[in-house]
Ligand binder design. Structure first.
Ligand code: NBP
Length: 474
């Protein structure tokens, strides 16, 4: 019987393309899907691309794998992943590896890894970004799990990952759920990046009065500079597209209610648990949520706003470019802060610079700018925030006047820019000498005797607000 180096079960778009990618790189791939029609279809259509070993049953699939077995699950995240693990784990032996390439919640991954570790099976929660095209031509791959399993899996995954400057966009992220955690934050950053781009478009459209095709040109120009990235590139493509049915700009015929699958929400929920301010990601998630509340928006249609006018002069596009770059730096600084905090909380020892490096290609947020982030962490792995890296400090310093101007203009014209404004507020909060949190602490002490610390003495204190207002040591 023909043996395979690796197997993929779950052959919808992602699994199918991942299996083809592996086969195209010379790895024999065992194939399995709950509904065997998908397995047959893959072999019929793409059998010539490499060596495939189709299997109709879990038993035949497992029997076709070289030992230690490498079994990749690419099914719908959640219940289906548990169902597949329950089906396959009893057929495996100590030392075998189950790779979950789905978009799992890292908490589930930690649970699954711990349970399978007891049986000697390596569970490798792996973030994969790049959609179906990436899966076929080279995704960004973020594997968690044990270092031992990476030694056996890494070479195959690095083979099929995207490559930038000769470096594969795949590295061992850290133990248990580290890979899925980093993929989650990647998606959160993707939300923030998309929101900032959307706000830039909105300003160019409604403050500068440009048509979508003209804005496409602005984005094309931006894509030749420091903002060069996949998301900026596709934004230009989308804005230049005309709807065939109506002849109108395509962006004008798309319903303005954004959807989400959940990784942005998980990022924010997790950040709240870790106490990390990821306001850029949170505003992006909320902006999608606001857009989806059709009834609420309908009810608010006639709320008064400023009389809208256009901004005179042609400088707005340059100012928006600066606001976008500065806000993007903040969003990434917050996302990396979250990875740093998660790594500390769970003992993952994640190399932040390496994360920037593996996001440079294959994934949705791939961008020239990630090289700068990698360099920042190489220069100082302990840097508390990207904003204090010399390059980013200078970039934001140079952009800040324009950034403030853009946020002010948007507020005056009544154009919502939650991403730009929260990024600016975060920046100003970090650099503030004193924050009004002092007043918040005093209020908390007043109504709840929650105590406060002082700037001039160690210890915790409480003022007897309801009495003679003397201060006591708490
Ligand atoms: P889907 O998420 O649409 O899942 C379909 C696959 O799951 C099919 O193979 C289906 O088998 C299988 N499946 C289901 Br549903 N329930 C099952 C069960 N109880 N037992 C066994 N198999 C079951 O596929 P996808 O879009 O290819 O995504 C796969 C994974 O990759 C997901 O976790 C997704 O979040 C993640 N991901 C997707 C993208 C993307 O761009 N689409 C990007 C990155 C990651 P059937 O054929 O028998 O119904």
């Amino acid at each position: 019987m023909e043996m395979a180096r690796i197997g993929v079960t779950g052959l919808a778009v992602m699994g199918r393309n991942l299996a083809r990618n592996l086969a195209r790189h010379g790895h024999s791939v065992a194939l399995h899907n709950r509904t065997s029609a998908r397995t047959k279809a893959l072999v019929e259509e793409f059998g010539g691309e490499g060596t495939f070993v189709p299997a109709d049953t879990p038993e035949a699939f497992v029997a076709a794998l070289e030992r230690p077995r490498r079994l990749v699950i690419m099914v719908k995240a959640g219940g289906p992943t548990d169902a597949v693990i329950d089906e396959f784990a009893p057929l495996l032996e100590p030392g075998d590896m189950i790779v979950d390439g789905g978009n799992a919640n890292f908490v589930d991954t930690r649970r699954r890894e711990a349970a399978l570790r007891e049986r000697g099976i390596h569970f490798v929660g792996t973030g994969i970004s790049g959609g179906e095209e990436g899966a076929l031509h080279g995704p960004s791959i973020m594997p968690g799990g044990s270092a031992e399993s990476y030694a056996a899996l890494g070479p195959l995954l690095e083979d099929i990952a995207a490559e930038v400057d000769g470096t594969p966009c795949c590295t061992h992220v850290g133990p248990d759920g580290a890979g899925h955690f980093v993929k989650m934050v990647h998606n959160g950053i993707e939300y923030a990046d998309m929101q900032l781009i959307a706000e830039s478009y909105d300003l160019l459209r409604h403050a500068a009065g440009l048509a979508p095709a003209e804005i496409a040109e602005v984005f094309r120009t931006w894509n030749t500079g420091r903002l060069e990235s996949y998301l900026i590139e596709i934004t230009a493509e989308v804005l230049a597209h005309t709807d065939a049915a109506t002849g109108r700009p395509f962006v004008d015929v798309v319903l303005d209610q954004a959807e989400q699958k959940g990784t942005g929400r998980w990022t924010v929920q997790t950040a709240l648990d870790l106490g990390v301010p990821v306001s850029g990601i949170a505003e992006a998630v909320f902006a999608r949520s606001v857009s989806g509340h059709a009834g609420l928006r309908e009810a608010a249609q006639n709320l008064p706003g400023p009389s809208r006018g256009l901004v005179a002069g042609s400088g707005l596009a340059d100012a928006v470019e600066k606001a976008l770059y500065a806000s993007k730096i903040v969003a990434y600084a917050q996302g990396f802060h979250q990875i740093q905090a998660g790594s500390a909380e769970y003992g993952w020892d994640i190399d932040l610079g390496a994360m920037a490096a593996i996001w440079r290609g294959g994934c949705i947020i791939r961008a020239r700018f990630l090289d700068r982030i990698r360099a920042a962490y190489q220069a100082d792995p302990e840097t508390p925030t990207l904003l204090t890296d010399a390059h980013f400090t200078e970039a934001v310093g140079d952009a800040q006047d324009a950034w403030r101007e853009v946020v002010g203009t948007a507020a005056r014209l009544g154009i919502p820019v939650p991403g730009f404004s929260t990024a600016l507020a975060y920046y100003d909060s970090l650099r503030a000498d004193r924050l009004p949190a002092a007043l918040t602490q005093a209020q908390r002490d007043y109504f709840g005797a929650h105590t406060y610390r002082r700037v001039d003495r160690e210890g915790s204190f409480h003022t007897l607000w309801g009495g003679d207002r003397t201060e006591v040591t708490a």
